[in-house]
Write a protein that binds this ligand. Structure first.
Ligand SMILES: [Zn+2]
Ligand SMILES: [Zn+2]
Length: 268
């Protein structure tokens, strides 16, 4: 009888000793697992509770040990406040990718450069010289984009597309392409087509503004069908997509639809 209770006590002691080990392992696994590659919305017209929403767009892209801020929203204070709440240190940003010149995508840049000038800024070469000079005056590096190219390992720009002069960011992932857009002034289907032509791979996930405010339902359904034909399985329409178009995309993509808003994350 005494032997049995000794064994039970021994098992209990062992079990208790291992509990902290399991506890410690879990957070590590979450950080290093599938969530390593992800996109977090930091500026959008919509926001989860506790975050600030405002007209504009910015997203933090983490891919292959690179941290890229895609666009900067319209207001630096709002951008920094949202990032702080998400636990994102501006100093962790290595690259800033500006889709196009409109203020709702570039307005927050200066606040970020004040916090962290040690970044490389990829911007369309058609930006005014005064803009490029101002970026350099903070000590940041400017890379001017014209044609499609691989800017970092497995990370591409579509090159500058018109109207407006906009570039989109393309990640070559194991699931297919992840395409991030600012406003999609050149048209979301054209952008995804070009991303596929550059890389020779199918699109998987599209995130960003699709610029479909007030577009008729029929047009949005045709766009959804075209994106599906291009291989898109997951879609996160943000910013200037418009509520009605978002509703239609949700219907068309079902489980593949991810609602956008500050504080939301999408991974693959
Ligand atoms: Zn916009
Ligand atoms: Zn725009």
């Amino acid at each position: 009888m005494r032997k049995l209770s000794l064994i039970i006590v021994a098992i209990l002691v062992l079990a208790l000793a291992f509990i902290p080990l399991f506890r410690q392992q879990n957070p590590v696994r979450q950080q290093e697992g599938g969530n390593k590659n992800k996109i977090t919305i930091v500026y959008d017209n919509k926001a989860l509770g506790g975050f600030k929403s405002s007209w504009g767009f910015a997203a933090l892209v983490r891919f292959k040990n690179h941290t890229i801020l895609f666009d900067t929203g319209g207001n630096g204070e709002i951008l920094l406040s949202n990032m702080r709440k998400l636990g994102i240190d501006p100093k962790s940003i290595q690259y800033i990718f500006l889709s196009h010149i409109h203020g709702d995508h570039t307005g927050g840049l200066w606040a970020i450069l004040r916090e962290n000038p040690n970044v490389t800024v990829f911007l369309p070469d058609i930006f005014p010289d005064s803009f490029k000079e101002k970026v350099r005056s903070f000590g940041a590096k400017v890379v001017e984009i014209d044609e499609p190219e691989e800017i970092l390992e497995d990370i591409y720009t579509t090159g500058v597309m018109f109207p407006v002069g906009e570039q989109a960011l393309v990640l070559k992932t194991s699931k297919g392409l992840v395409v991030v857009t600012g406003c999609s002034h050149p048209g979301i289907v054209r952008i995804v087509e070009r991303a596929e032509n550059i890389t020779g791979e199918n699109a998987y996930l599209v995130v960003g503004g699709f610029h479909l405010f007030g577009a008729p339902e029929k047009e949005v359904r045709v766009i959804a069908a075209s994106l599906k034909r291009l291989g898109v399985q997951k879609i996160m329409p943000c910013h200037c997509t418009g509520g009605e178009a978002e509703r239609i995309f949700a219907e068309e993509f079902g489980m593949g639809y991810v609602e956008c808003g500050v504080g939301k994350t999408v991974s693959w």
